[in-house]
Design a protein around this ligand. Structure first.
Ligand code: COA
Length: 167
């Protein structure tokens, strides 16, 4: 089981017990707008999302989205990790936080730990990121992490910005 630690945060793999948090996070207006509708409406849906998404990814690839918990009070604040999608040629980083925890540097702190682990422990090379054209907070965050815009890509029906980080 992967577990990462930063100054303020702990990142760990999801379990079925995190379903209530996932149910809320993936139905946040910003998640629906900038990432998409995962069709998670009930706790059972959320357990299925965890099993088929992050848990399956960790089992298959050795990495995937992780739960981000604040160390101070053990509160779940978001998720962050490196995914592997059939639709992209290389792994990509993803992150999403509950709005009451935005603008405190938690996303940056988690993503730095995830990138460091991806490079130093997993030995991953090129890491990608995709955003909608208008997701400014995510684009600023990727800039701080050292990603550069490469080109537009169409995934499904949407034109997305593709960012790249090279080792
Ligand atoms: C994308 C997302 C994770 C970014 O979260 P965020 O809260 O803006 O990111 P951070 O926590 O790193 O905060 C960065 C901001 O906090 C500020 N900040 C405050 N305290 C800070 C600290 N201690 N350390 C670093 N930054 C700090 C930074 O200056 C920065 O401000 P800016 O964005 O105005 O330049 C968030 O908007 C989100 O969850 N969106 C919905 C899902 C989504 O779109 N995911 C990405 C899909 S591609």
């Amino acid at each position: 089981m992967i577990a990462l630690e930063t100054g303020r945060l702990r990142l760990r793999e999801f379990t079925a017990n995190d379903a209530a948090f996932v149910l809320r996070l993936v139905n946040e207006p910003a998640f629906l707008r900038y990432i998409g509708d995962r069709g998670v409406r009930t706790l059972d849906d959320a357990r299925r999302y965890i099993a088929d998404g992050p848990a399956a990814s960790h089992a298959r690839h050795g990495h995937g989205l992780m739960l981000v918990v604040r160390k101070d009070d053990s509160l779940e604040v978001g998720m962050c990790g490196v995914l592997r999608r059939d639709t992209l040629p290389d792994p990509d980083i993803g992150f999403s936080f509950l709005p009451e925890h935005w603008s405190q540097g938690y996303a940056l702190e988690s993503a730095r730990a995830v990138m460091h682990h991806a490079r130093e422990t997993l030995g991953l090379g090129r890491i990608l990121a995709v955003t909608t054209v208008d997701n400014d907070p995510s684009i600023r965050l990727l800039g701080r992490l050292g990603f550069r815009f490469e080109r537009m890509v169409s995934l499904g029906s949407e034109e997305l910005r593709l960012f790249v980080s090279e080792p």
